[in-house]
Design a protein. Structure first.
Length: 125
């Protein structure tokens, strides 16, 4: 699995919706948002994702980008959700999509979250 890209271009459909979604705020998540942009944290997650196999950073299917995975991890633990809850809430909430930077992209299955969180290990989580 290759490591996903950190940013991508929005589709035309999401531009209008994204403007409205940007007005929605979550008082609990807002202060954490800037903390999760820390390059050291992202490098830690990127490093853990690269431990799957020696060539996993360059070959295979794309996986969740390190910034998205870090934000999903934080959201799951802040809200005390299961992996299934995380998947369901991400699919249904513009606020959580904005926070995790999934925006208009499809959200991963709960089993993907489970495997990747296990890969991160308890120290990183």
């Amino acid at each position: 699995m290759t490591i996903g890209a950190l940013s991508r271009q929005s589709t035309l459909f999401y531009v209008a919706l994204g403007l409205q979604a940007s007005l929605i705020k979550d008082d609990l998540l807002e202060p954490i948002d800037a903390l999760l942009d820390d390059e050291e944290l992202l490098e830690l997650v990127r490093g853990q994702l690269a431990t799957r196999s020696p060539s996993s950073a360059k070959k295979g299917r794309r996986t969740i980008a390190p910034d998205r995975l870090l934000r999903c991890c934080a959201l799951k633990h802040i809200k005390e959700w299961s992996f299934r809850d995380l998947e369901r809430e991400l699919r249904g909430s513009l606020v959580y999509r904005k926070f995790t930077r999934f925006h208009e992209d499809s959200t991963p299955d709960h089993s993907v979250f489970s495997k990747l969180f296990k890969l991160l290990g308890p120290e990183a989580v």
